[in-house]
Design a protein around this ligand. Sequence first.
Ligand code: SAM
Length: 306
Amino acid sequence: ELEGNKDQPDCISSVIPGWFSEISPMWPGEAHSLKVEKILFQGKSDYQNVMVFQSSTYGKVLVLDGVIQLTERDECAYQEMITHLPLCSIPNPKKVLVIGGGDGGVLREISRHSSVEQIDMCEIDKMVVNVSKQYFPDIAVGYEDPRVNLHIGDGVAFLKAAPAGSYDAIIVDSSDPIGPAQELFEKPFFESVSKALRPGGVVCTQAESIWLHMHIIEHIMANCRQIFKGSVNYAWTTVPTYPSGVIGFMLCSTEGPPVDFKHPVNPIDANDAYNKSKGPLKFYNSEIHTAAFCLPSFAKKVIESK
Ligand code: SAM
């Protein structure tokens, strides 16, 4: 059973009474706010503060260490893109690994792919998994897929121990690089990712916002260009409740059969019967896949120079 403290809603009322305001040194001078109807859960795990509240316009909201991870209204824009950008870029993905992603949304999206035989997941925080199963059943539905093997532990250690050349795709659905996810943005982690992928295998990692974190993106880009000898690309999507309203992804492939991320070879059909059990795709389609790689000039200049 989950235990939390509903009496001490931190981060509520600090800007507007009765609203949640997302205040962080990662986006100084701004704080997106959502009106709170009710706090549903507050707890402290071994790794982070976990909170769930009912917002008045975005459904339920999951917050870790004061930072919004998802809302029921716009989670599709993130989960569908971080999953289908890599999986639709290679033919017949069979073995997929997820690092982070405790809410289960990425699992839900991977499970739409009938070619997939095995889905391993390594999430550090069991409380995130349990809270999601209790408060976000339409997202945590991903855990019901029999192809899923859940490991609770540090993704960095998990990948170090993973057999070389074993995955077709790795999806890194992490929180921001402050707290337990810090190492998931560092070079040794990307080296383990590259080793665990088969030749021509693909990785997609959460890679922050072009409006706020160009320095982090430059750093990740420079590391990835050294490590991934196939292709290295940056794509992005809109998520209204993420800081600055956008979030990006690094998409890389290892040396081997070439991967052209901009032209998906494994399209997913929103209407096929396999998808109906998870509800329809709400955001992803082949046109938005290709468009996601078009960058505004200011970002293109920096990203392509790396
Ligand atoms: N899927 C979400 C969305 O729609 O935006 C948000 C991100 S998900 C909740 C991020 C997860 O990464 C968290 O559950 C966090 O516990 C997990 N995480 C952070 N550091 C980790 C690590 N080192 N190894 C494994 N999981 C980690």
